[in-house]
Design a protein around this ligand. Structure first.
Ligand SMILES: Nc1nc2c(ncn2[C@@H]2O[C@H](COP(=O)(O)OP(=O)(O)OP(=O)(O)O)[C@@H](O)[C@H]2O)c(=O)[nH]1
Ligand SMILES: [Mg+2]
Length: 433
C-alpha cells in the first residue's frame, strides 16, 4: 500500500508493491523530490508500506496525489483505514485504536498522557487479563461439569471458581466506580458558572477565557442563553458555561434563560457559584446558608467565588478569614473581576478540583475512558452476578453466564465480533490514520 503524508492510497484487494511501481516505470523519488521508505511487516499496519517525504506545499501535495491517483488500482484511504488495517492484522486492539483517536484529538497535556497510555495498550491488557481469568474459571467449571461424576475433579474446584468470579466482580465494580475520571478527562470537565443576577458571572467567564465571550452590563438579567467556552487549566480540559442569573423572573425570555441555567446545573460536573462579596454574611455559617439557598443539595462539587472584592471595606477582613477557614464551606475565594485580585487563587482552586475529578492519568490502573467500555463492563458484571445466583441451581446455565461475561469483555477490546462498533470507531479517525 502507498502511504502519502496524511492519506493512504491503496487498492483493497491488490496491494501495489514497490516492485510493481518500479515495473510501471514510475520514478517515485523523482516525482516526490524526496526520499522513499519501504517498511517490512513491522510497519504501523503490519503491511508493506511506502512513505513519500516531500515538500508540504499544497500545490506539491495535490500534484503528487493527482499523479498517484492516475495509477491503476490506487485510491485515497477511507477515514481511519490505516488503523483499521492495523487492527485487522492484530497490531493493536480496539481500546488502543480508541486511544490513538483520542491522542489525535487531545488538546491538553493530561488528555495526551491518558490517550498515550491507552494507545500503549494498558487498558486493553487489563481487560485481556480479566478475560484470561474468566477463561480459566470457565475451563475449570466445564471440567467439573464433564468429569466430576468420574471423581476425577474435586468438589473444591467449584469453590475456587466462585472465589475467582467474586474477586473479578469486585475488581470490575471498583473500575466502574472511578467517578468517571477517565471520561471526564477525555471529554472535558463541564463546569457551570451560576449565581444571582448581576454578581459578575459573565465577567468571570470573560476573565478566565481572556476575551469578551459573554455580554457584560450593569443591567440585572443580561445573560439568557448559555455561553460556553473550552479552556485548558493546568493541563486539564475545562468546558465552562456562563448562565442566566438565578431568580424568579417575570419576563418569559429571562424565564427560559433561568430554566436553561437550572438544566445545566443539573448536569454539571463542577459549579463555580458566584455571589456578591459585599452582599453576603461574613461568617462561614451564614455564607454556607447563602450558598445552600443558591444550590440546594445534592449539589455537584463546587467552588464559591465572592466577587467584586474591590468594593469591600472593613468587612473584607472578616470575609478573608471565613474563606481561609473553609469548613463548612467548599473551596472559597475572594475575587475582583475588575482588578484581577484573587484570580491566581481561583485558578489554583480550579486546577486542584480538576485534578481531583480527573485524577492523575499516569497513576494507578488505567481509567475507563468511554461510555462504550462502561456499558460492556456493566453487562459483564451483571453476568457475573447472575453466575453467583444460578450456580447452585444449574451449573450449565452458570457456565453460560461466564461465557457471556467473557464475550462482553471481548467486545471492548474487539477480540469478539464487534463489527457494528468498528465502523463508528474508525470513522472518527482523521483521514489517513
Ligand atoms: N466593581 C466591580 N464590578 C464588577 C465586577 N465584576 C463585574 N462587575 C460589574 O457588575 C456588573 C454585572 O456584571 P456581569 O458580568 O454582567 O454580571 P452577571 O452575573 O453576568 O449578570 P447577569 O447576566 O445579568 O446575571 C457589570 O457592570 C460589571 O462591570 C467586579 O469585580 N468589581
Ligand atoms: Mg451575565
Amino acid at each position: 500500500s502507498w502511504r502519502w503524508g496524511g492519506s493512504l492510497l491503496s487498492p483493497p484487494k491488490a496491494p501495489v508493491g514497490w516492485k510493481q511501481a518500479c515495473a510501471w516505470g514510475w520514478d517515485v523519488p523523482a516525482l516526490a523530490g524526496g526520499e522513499l521508505t519501504a517498511v517490512g511487516p513491522r510497519s504501523f499496519t503490519g503491511e508493506d508500506c511506502a512513505e513519500l517525504h516531500v515538500h508540504g506545499g499544497p500545490a506539491v501535495l495535490s500534484g503528487v496525489l493527482r499523479a498517484l491517483g492516475r495509477l491503476p488500482g490506487l485510491r485515497p484511504a477511507e477515514p481511519g483505514e490505516f488503523t483499521r488495517r492495523a487492527f485487522r492484522r492484530g497490531k493493536l486492539d480496539l481500546t488502543a485504536a480508541e486511544g490513538l483517536g483520542d491522542l489525535i484529538r487531545a488538546e491538553t497535556e493530561a488528555q495526551r498522557r491518558q490517550a498515550l497510555r491507552q494507545m500503549d495498550g494498558e487498558l486493553g491488557r487489563l481487560y485481556q487479563r480479566w478475560s484470561k481469568t474468566l477463561t480459566r474459571a470457565l475451563a475449570h467449571l466445564e471440567a467439573y461439569i464433564d468429569f466430576s461424576e468420574d471423581d476425577n475433579v474435586e468438589e473444591e474446584v467449584l469453590s475456587q471458581v466462585d472465589a475467582i468470579v467474586r474477586a473479578l466482580e469486585q475488581e470490575i465494580g471498583a473500575h466502574l466506580q472511578d467517578g468517571r475520571r477517565g471520561e471526564l478527562l477525555r471529554g472535558g470537565v463541564h463546569a457551570v458558572i451560576a449565581g444571582p443576577p448581576n454578581v459578575g458571572k459573565s465577567s468571570l467567564l470573560n476573565l478566565l477565557c481572556q476575551r469578551p465571550a459573554a455580554i457584560v452590563s450593569p443591567v440585572a438579567g443580561t445573560t439568557r442563553d448559555v455561553v460556553e467556552v473550552a479552556l485548558n487549566v493546568g493541563g486539564y480540559p475545562l468546558v465552562l458555561s456562563d448562565t442566566a442569573g438565578l431568580r424568579d423572573a417575570t419576563d418569559p425570555v429571562e424565564q427560559e434563560g433561568v430554566s436553561r441555567a437550572r438544566d445545566r446545573l443539573q448536569h454539571a460536573d463542577l459549579v463555580l457559584a458566584v455571589l456578591d462579596a459585599a452582599a453576603v454574611p461574613t461568617e462561614p455559617a451564614g455564607l454556607g446558608a447563602a450558598l445552600g439557598s443558591l444550590l440546594p443539595p445534592p449539589a455537584p462539587p463546587c467552588i464559591l467565588v465572592l466577587n467584586k472584592a474591590d468594593l469591600l471595606r472593613e468587612e473584607g477582613g472578616a470575609l478573608r478569614d471565613a474563606c481561609a477557614r473553609g469548613d463548612p464551606l467548599p473551596p472559597t475565594t475572594l475575587l475582583s473581576c475588575k482588578t484581577g485580585e484573587g484570580l491566581d487563587h481561583l485558578l489554583e482552586l480550579l486546577a486542584r478540583q480538576l485534578a481531583r475529578l480527573c485524577g492523575d492519568p499516569l497513576a494507578g490502573s488505567p481509567s475507563l475512558t468511554q461510555s462504550r467500555h462502561s456499558l460492556h463492563l456493566g453487562d459483564c458484571a451483571a453476568a457475573l452476578a447472575r453466575y453467583g445466583r444460578e450456580r447452585r441451581r444449574d451449573l450449565g446455565l452458570a457456565a453460560e453466564r461466564l461465557r457471556l461475561a467473557r464475550r462482553h469483555l471481548g467486545r471492548i477490546t474487539g477480540h469478539v465480533g464487534a463489527e457494528d462498533v468498528l465502523d463508528i470507531i474508525f470513522r472518527d479517525f482523521c483521514i489517513g490514520k
